[in-house]
Design a protein around this ligand. Structure first.
Ligand code: PEP
Length: 251
């Protein structure tokens, strides 16, 4: 009912000159895309246009890693949703923990960015997750639900294409420490219940991804959980073999 989504997050890695042969290798090894699973690469904005050309007809989707909350105007250095869409993006990450941490992005700004994504017909992937101290204090659920409340405040969601959630415990991102499948499923079911309640028409069709040190060894068990609809993958998405192994781990 919910198509799976395997999404790579390249962060600030690779030059276009590395990315193009990488994409050629990917499409060569991918073969015919499987039905019911989307493969997405969230790449630096400078890479969208050349990769769009390279990945034409491959079925691989492209996403950006951030967008401006504004549509156009005097915002030096910013990139609008329409520009990202024009360059080849269908998706955009919003509120990745690295943006919350290094760029001070708060709920109000993320809410504005989600609205900007909607105006540009981009599917936002809203990233949420507790840090280690919050988990140890038994506050993980409360923190994650507060992040959902804050970022989605007043937003209308009318179709499954309008929002994806990525649950990424901050302590597991880039650390090699993955949440157990049971803990990840538990949190994703809490998120699912909140989405069902908040968006009764569409909540159970919205996809929830798990992110945090997912790799070819741990992917199958995480992706088999009933409320985990895919993965957001950082480090392992830089390698064609690892990314395709994770894609292949989807049942
Ligand atoms: C991420 O960047 O969203 C992420 C999950 O990174 P990693 O897979 O490297 O932990």
């Amino acid at each position: 009912m919910r198509p799976k989504l395997i999404a790579g997050n390249w962060k600030m890695n690779k030059l276009v000159s590395d990315a193009l042969p990488w994409a050629e290798e990917l499409t060569g090894e991918l073969g015919t895309p499987r039905t019911g699973i989307e493969l997405l690469l969230c790449v630096p904005a400078t890479h969208l246009h050349p990769l769009r050309q390279e990945l034409q007809d491959s079925g691989v989707r492209l996403g950006a890693q951030d967008l401006s909350s504004h549509d156009e105007g005097a915002y030096t250095g910013e990139i609008s949703g329409a520009m990202l869409r024009d360059a080849g993006a269908d998706f955009v990450l919003v509120g990745h923990s690295e943006r919350r941490r290094y760029h001070g992005e708060d709920d109000a700004l993320l809410n504005a960015k989600l609205r900007a994504a909607q105006r540009s017909w981009l599917t936002p992937i809203l990233c949420i997750g507790e840090d280690e101290e919050e988990r140890d204090a038994g506050r993980a659920n409360a923190v994650v639900l507060a992040q959902l409340e804050g970022a989605l405040d007043g937003l209308e969601i009318n179709s499954a294409r309008e929002l994806v959630i990525a649950y990424e415990p901050v302590w597991s991102i880039g650390t090699g420490r993955t949440a157990t499948p049971a803990d990840a499923q538990n949190m994703c079911s809490v998120i699912r219940a909140w989405l069902d309640d908040r968006f009764p028409e569409v909540g159970n069709r919205l996809r929830i991804l798990y992110g945090g040190s997912m790799n070819p060894m741990n992917a199958a068990e995480l992706l088999a959980q009933p409320d985990i609809d895919g993965g957001l993958i950082g480090g392992a998405s830089l390698d064609v073999t690892d990314l395709l192994a994770i894609y292949g781990a989807v049942q």
